[in-house]
Design a protein around this ligand. Structure first.
Ligand code: NAD
Length: 477
């Protein structure tokens, strides 16, 4: 008798309890070995005064089992409620979001009959770090963070996923023609790690044309890995054009923890009527079985589910006159899948699952020589660029001289940029001999700004890493 794997289950809100009951019925009938701890999350918890929607005792359960099967929840209207998804993702370090987007033509209506794309989205970094500022009356800013280690984790996950699941190609989307340092790092790590997977075809697309191709000819893609923001948007696009928003499951995986769910919400208007399609959560549950080392059961469930679709046993949301045969409710659909356990699809492609190996924690990157060559000081000022430039020029010290002033990234001093529309925040770049500059020289420059009557909004150090410049030039420099 196989040992049971402890998992934490939340039945959620709206249609959540019905689709979770259906999912667990199918998984257990298929022979999944699960030791279930049930927790309460979502609307009731929020409304009881817990702004995160999850109690400490539930978090303790997640820490124990490390595996979370989660039904959708309803986020109450009004402010002050923190997103439970963001909370769990951050708390559990779930760095990878995996979303298979598959079309099931001709059984489910789709614009793209041949589509089988897996979006692997980085889940913790990028603009989602939530580091935002209002810097002046005019200017706001969100920081886009891309780390080498975070990128190594997600890119390795994408390649290992492809390898374990018999996928042929991994594509990377970035915008590194513009964001040469942050997206440039993502692309570079993709190329570096890709060398360890010579059996897998690899390509990189700039995200704009890549997105257009994905929406137009998704059949040319297989696994696509990308930073958080592009992944957020394009995983929705991919699920939508597959025609399977109600059918798609998703996993959020970390080094230690993992969470599995449907991609849709709690559909409150459908709740309690035995109408909802449990397929999205079921496929989330299937990904969970592969993750916890029960890949044969995962495939058994998935193939029975494909056979059910083929047999035209459909819930209302995918029912089509002339294609579907029997319109069923949530419970009947679940029973139809159970009745087909052990059967394989005849027209749709059967699936096979393999568990991924435990992936290594990336090492901290190392440089032999890191030198500061200067500093960008941002000041608040309303007025003429030349006037400001002449004042700022005088603030330079023996070691640090003004190189340029830019406004919204474009050089406006010395000489030029007069035509650009200017914001009230100006970036003043000072550089010097990087073998000579010490932190005290930077401090002396700050002092000279303060003595000159300027308000420093923020500053960024300018560094060289093993003789490579670690910052972008000014536009027009
Ligand atoms: P939704 O996904 O709940 O519903 C969108 C549409 O799809 C509705 O017409 C609904 O009836 C239909 N639908 C969704 N799932 C279905 C299913 N399994 N079977 C049949 N029909 C289905 O999105 P929404 O209406 O924007 O959001 C409702 C609530 O869900 C909100 O409170 C939102 O915050 C929450 N939500 C939760 C999650 C989550 O917990 N992961 C994700 C998205 C939205």
């Amino acid at each position: 008798m196989a040992t049971k794997t402890p998992i934490t289950v939340a039945h959620g809100d709206g249609i959540g309890p019905e689709i979770m009951a259906a999912t667990l019925h199918i998984l257990e009938s298929a022979g999944a070995q699960l030791d279930i701890e049930t927790i309460e999350i979502g609307e009731k918890v929020y409304l009881s005064g817990n702004s995160s929607g999850i109690a400490q005792s539930s978090i303790d359960s997640l820490r124990r089992t490390k595996v979370f099967l989660k039904a959708p929840i309803t986020t109450p209207q009004g402010g002050g409620f923190k997103s439970l998804n963001v909370t769990t993702r951050k708390m559990l370090g779930l760095y990878a979001n995996i979303r298979p987007c598959v079309s099931y033509h001709p059984y489910v209506d789709t614009k793209h009959p041949v589509m089988d794309v897996v979006i692997v989205r980085e889940n913790e970094e990028d603009l989602y770090a939530g580091i935002e500022y209002q810097l002046s009356a005019d200017v706001t800013q969100s920081l886009k963070l891309i780390t080498r280690r975070g990128t190594e984790r997600i890119v390795r996950y994408a390649f290992e996923y492809a390898k374990a699941n018999g996928r042929k190609k991994v594509t990377c989307f970035t915008k590194d023609n513009i964001m040469k340092i942050s997206d440039g790092l993502f692309h570079k790590v993709f190329d570096e790690l890709g060398k360890q997977y010579p059996e897998i075809e690899q390509e990189h697309w700039i995200v704009d044309i890549g997105a257009a191709k994905l929406a137009d000819t998704p059949e040319i893609f297989d696994v696509i890995v990308m930073p958080n923001l592009y992944g957020d948007i394009l995983s929705d696009v991919a699920a939508q054009i597959a025609g399977s928003v109600g059918l798609a499951g998703s996993s959020n995986v970390g080094m230690e923890y993992a969470m599995f769910e449907a991609i849709h919400g709690s559909a409150p208007r459908r709740a309690g009527q035995n109408l909802a399609n449990p397929s999205g959560l079921l496929l989330g549950g299937v990904m969970m079985l592969a993750h916890i080392g029960q890949p044969e059961i995962a495939a058994r469930v998935h193939n029975a589910w494909l056979k059910t679709l083929e047999d035209g046993v459909h819930t209302y949301d995918i029912f089509q006159e002339g294609v579907s045969k029997t319109k069923v409710g949530t419970k009947e659909f679940a029973q139809a899948v159970v009745d087909r356990l052990g059967q394989m699809p005849e027209k749709l492609k059967a699936v096979e699952y393999k568990a991924l190996p435990k992936l290594p924690e990336p090492a901290y990157p190392h440089y032999d020589k890191i030198e500061q060559s200067g500093v960008d000081i941002f000041v608040n000022y309303e007025g003429d660029a030349n006037e400001l430039g002449q004042k700022i020029e005088k603030l330079g010290t023996d070691k640090l001289k003004l190189v340029f002033i830019s406004n919204r990234g474009t050089k406006v001093y010395p000489g030029g940029g007069a035509d650009v529309v200017k914001a009230d925040q100006w970036r003043c770049r000072f550089e010097g001999d990087r073998t000579q500059i010490t932190p005290r020289d930077i401090l002396a420059l700050y002092t000279s700004f303060v003595d000159g009557g300027f308000n420093i909004i923020k500053s960024e150090g300018l560094f060289y890493y093993d003789d490579q410049r670690g910052y972008s030039l000014g536009q027009g420099q």
